[in-house]
Design a protein around this ligand. Structure first.
Ligand code: B16
Ligand code: MG
Length: 219
């Protein structure tokens, strides 16, 4: 019987994965680098700093910028991103997610956030979801970002339960790897092309009901 659910945020709770993509695309263009949606799959779930490294590498600009310049570029991307998420509200929560959070509460299942985003708490507030979360793991405090398991381990620890007793829900390859390495029970939101065929997948968040979670990992 699972005792907790660890949620990714961008791409699972709301569509901010798209805004991250648009912000990176704009910054990359300024650097003379073109990125497309296929390449963006490798950025999903990856920290801001590591995403910038992947983009510079993609544009053959790996050692072009100093650490300070990289920090400024990452800050610039965040500025672009923040300008697009100001108007996010409860209306932007993906279908089925609010109902799932309510069902989990009704079944006394603990709820944690395991997002790589430093903007996670801000977004939960904007969407009026903060009160559902028993813990929000801080990505700034874990040694390694996704695909390392650290953020899922930290979120389970925040719930005072073992990762093995938690379901993790993710939309990114890096995030699924992180869940599996943490020994939590994965559910992917996406297609087999994006996330592989070896884990339970839903294509739409309204398929994420309590019954679906229960039937997937408790039978
Ligand atoms: P920030 P998640 C991740 O969030 C995003 O998928 C990824 O695109 C982003 O680079 C990362 O957060 C860091 O976000 O720049 O806001 O700190 O999918 O783990 O909820
Ligand atoms: Mg995500």
């Amino acid at each position: 019987m699972f005792k907790g659910v660890l949620f990714d945020l961008d791409g699972v709770i709301t569509d901010t994965a798209e805004y991250h993509y648009q912000a990176w695309k704009l910054l990359a263009k300024e650097l003379g680098i073109t990125i497309d949606r296929d390449f963006n799959e490798s950025l999903k779930g990856v920290s801001r700093e590591d995403s910038l490294k992947l983009i510079l590498n993609h544009g053959d600009q790996t050692n072009k910028y100093t650490l300070e310049e990289c920090a400024r570029l990452a800050e610039k991307k965040n500025h672009y991103y923040l300008s697009t998420i100001q108007s996010i509200g409860p209306k932007d929560v993906f279908p089925g997610i609010l109902a799932l959070l309510q069902e989990l509460k009704a079944h006394q299942v603990k709820i944690g956030l395991a997002s790589a985003s430093k903007n996670g708490p801000f977004l939960l507030e904007k969407m009026a979801l903060t009160s559902f979360f028993d813990t929000v793991a801080d990505p700034a405090k874990v040694p390694f970002g996704k695909p390392a398991p650290d953020i899922f381990i930290a979120a389970a620890k925040g719930l005072n339960i073992q990762p093995e007793e938690c379901i993790g829900i993710e939309d990114s390859k890096a995030g699924i790897q992180a869940i599996i390495k943490s020994r939590a029970l994965p559910i992917g939101v996406g297609t087999t092309k994006e996330l592989g065929a070896n884990i339970p997948l839903v294509t739409k968040t309204d398929q994420l009901t309590y019954d679906y979670l229960h039937n997937t990992w408790n039978s």
